[in-house]
Design a protein around this ligand. Structure first.
Ligand SMILES: Cc1ncc(C[n+]2csc(CCOP(=O)(O)OP(=O)(O)O)c2C)c(N)n1
Ligand SMILES: [Mg+2]
Length: 626
């Protein structure tokens, strides 16, 4: 057997550089690069390996470990999970900083490979700098925190263990039903230990990403169920986009007339002006989709995991006999809502269903209803895009300006705050990859870091990162990385003096926005919206902050200036931050939907007691869907 003597870290880097995936006969390099922040736990191991052979794996420097995981996840999402990035860190805080990123990736089912350093396997110098000692268990380290948020987790305590561990990591990352964060924890001594690795380990390997079909009996049953439906509704989730089934869905919907509603991850499955597109569904849904959902007799879920936002906390579907047919690569999701489970690839399964439904389409009256609801919704979007609100613009107008001045292939990125809901309702998506909102984990701080990953994945598109002042303050530092790597972002920074979304939620539940407004403490302010003790505004200048990080900054005072800024930003080749203030209180309405957030059962406050009554009223509409 021919072997190559390498350190474990050198072998890992060489192995990763040779991994590919193959789908529909096309090969894609899987690990396109490695983000890293070095410390004593990786600089002489993985760091040395990357430095010795930079041609194997491109190294990217980041500012924060959580951010680099978001960047890898954004990259993987943009590439439909056919490629990702690795992340190397030191031990201790460098490693645990990745925890939120790992959870976000796993919740969103996005592959990311995490390579933290770990304490010495030999244990001779214990406790080393940054080691957590656990008196009752010798083999624990802080990296064990990642077990619940990873889909595969391993620790390489001997150099040869890398072989089975690396293969398991690749199997998980490329498995469309199982994918998420994968961690190989790398003890700092073992990273530098040599082993005679078989040459075969480093040979080019293409992992097949197949298109499995459900059982044919289940397909027949599903087709019969759909044929018998009078008011069917498709819910398109992220799986439609990842499987590249959008064109097939477009044809299927046109031919059969079945309306298509979209989840956050599924938005973009159809262009907004498709005759069957009824837009967002659920708690942040359109009136069109929510009306159709309430009356639907068969719900066809495609690649959706039915989050509470999608189901309006199990109140979206009110027809007494409603049945669910679920196409999903994950058996776990396919079985949700007691659905008829079609476990398989979205594209292949849709094709098989289409063939079985030949000649069938919805009744003419249902097509007309869809058309009418669509027209009404389009009108509502136009109204909200051009409210003419003052003195500060409404957020819906900010979104309208960005939508109207971005190109059809450009990408909007967002994650937390009030914008994801407004974008879900209002963004007119023109391209399957044009809408990128991380709403599985809704991580404040994802926006700029994730946007960077989107830009890396497709530099031919302009990337519009829409970020609230709260999220910006949590994690803006990757603006520096975007400057360093010549990856231009257009960041639209919307300042509404704090956490407007949670402020609105708090007000709706009788607690006046407590702790959600940025106000100086000295005059007894509760940081709320009651106006009782409003307190002084903070002397904070986020635009200046962005300028300090190297961005080209434009301050827009109103919607006209925002439009001018968006035009000007196109001609600038480094990251632009457009700073705009928006009215904290001018939100987008809900459209006959509900979201379950618990309210105190007893309280001294009239407002809370009233909110509790409303809560019980909403909760009465919940269904089990058995
Ligand atoms: C890391 C993290 N912490 C807390 C939350 C809960 N949360 C959701 S939105 C929000 C406020 C976001 O503020 P901002 O970015 O300014 O957006 P706005 O609500 O003002 O639109 C908070 C605290 C979260 N989603 N993520
Ligand atoms: Mg805000």
């Amino acid at each position: 057997m021919k072997t190559l003597t390498l350190t474990m870290a050198q072998a890992l880097v060489r192995f990763l550089s040779a991994q590919y995936v193959q789908r529909d006969g096309v090969e894609h390099r899987f690990i396109e690069g490695c983000f890293g922040i070095f410390g004593h736990g990786n600089v002489t191991g993985v760091g040395q390996a990357l430095a010795e052979h930079p041609e194997l794996l491109t190294y990217y420097q980041a500012r924060n470990e959580q951010a680099m995981v978001h960047t890898a996840a954004g990259f993987a999402k943009m590439r439909n999970r056919l490629a990702t990035l690795a992340c190397t860190t030191s031990i201790g805080p460098g490693a645990t900083n990745m925890l939120t990123g790992a959870a976000a990736a796993t919740v969103n089912r996005l592959p990311v490979l995490l390579l933290p350093g770990d304490v010495f396997a030999s244990r001779r110098p214990d406790p080393v700098l940054q080691q957590l000692e656990t008196p009752w268990r010798g083999e624990l380290s802080v990296n064990d925190c990642f077990v619940p948020v990873c889909r595969y987790w391993d620790r390489i305590t001997r150099a040869e263990q890398l072989i089975p561990a690396a293969l398991s990591a690749m199997r998980t990352l490329t498995n469309q039903a199982e994918t998420g964060a994968v961690m190989l924890a790398l003890p700092q001594d073992v990273q530098t230990e040599a082993f005679d690795y078989p040459l075969q380990f480093f040979e080019r390997r293409a992992w097949p990403i197949g298109r499995p079909l459900p059982d044919s009996g289940a397909l027949d049953h599903a087709a019969d169920t759909i044929r018998a439906a009078h008011r069917p509704l498709i819910i398109a989730g992220g799986g439609v986009i990842y499987s590249e089934a959008t064109a097939a869905l477009d044809r299927f919907a046109l031919r059969t007339g079945v309306p298509v509603a979209e989840t956050q991850a599924g938005k973009g499955s159809l262009p907004f002006d498709h005759p069957q597109a009824v837009g967002a569904i659920g708690a942040t849904g359109t009136l069109a989709a929510n009306r159709l959902a309430a009356a639907a007799d068969v719900v066809i879920g495609m690649g959706t995991r039915y989050s509470d936002f999608t189901t309006a906390s199990k109140t979206a579907f009110q027809s007494p006999g409603v049945r669910f047919v679920n196409l999903n690569i994950s058996d776990f999701d396919a079985h949700k809502h007691a659905g008829l489970a079609l476990t398989g690839d979205a594209l292949a399964t849709l094709g098989a269903l289409d063939a079985r439904l030949e000649g069938w389409s919805v009744e003419a009256g249902y097509r007309r209803l869809t058309e009418q609801l669509r027209a009404e919704w389009d009108h509502e979007v136009t109204r909200l895009y051009h409210l003419g609100h003052g003195p500060l613009p409404a957020q819906s107008e900010v979104i309208g300006a960005v939508n109207e001045l971005s190109g059809p292939r450009d990408v909007v990125v967002c994650a937390a705050g009030s914008m994801p809901g407004d974008l879900h309702k209002l963004w007119r998506t023109r391209d399957a990859k044009g809408y990128h909102v991380e709403y599985g984990y809704s991580t404040m701080g994802y926006e700029i870091a994730g946007g960077l990953g989107v830009k890396m994945a497709d530099p031919t598109r302009e990337v519009y990162v829409m970020v609230g002042d709260g999220s910006y303050l949590m994690m803006a530092q990757e603006i520096v990385t975007s400057i360093q790597e010549d990856l231009k972002l257009t960041v639209v920074l919307v300042d509404n003096e704090g956490f407007a979304s949670i402020g609105g939620l708090s007000r709706a539940k009788g607690t006046a926005g407590f702790g959600t407004k940025y106000r100086h403490r000295s005059d007894g302010s509760l940081g709320d919206d009651s106006g009782a003790r409003d307190g002084e505004a903070l002397p904070v200048d986020l635009a200046l902050n962005a300028q300090g990080l190297g961005a080209h900054v434009i301050r827009a005072g109103d919607i006209e200036e925002l439009r001018d800024a968006l035009v000007a930003a196109k001609a600038i080749d480094r990251t632009v931050v457009i700073y705009v203030r928006a009215d904290r209180y001018q939100g987008v309405p809900d459209y006959e939907s509900w979201w379950e957030v618990p309210v105190a059962e007893v309280s001294e406050s009239d407002g809370v007691r009233k909110a509790r009554q409303e809560h019980e009223h909403g909760a009465a509409r919940r269904r089990w869907d058995l």
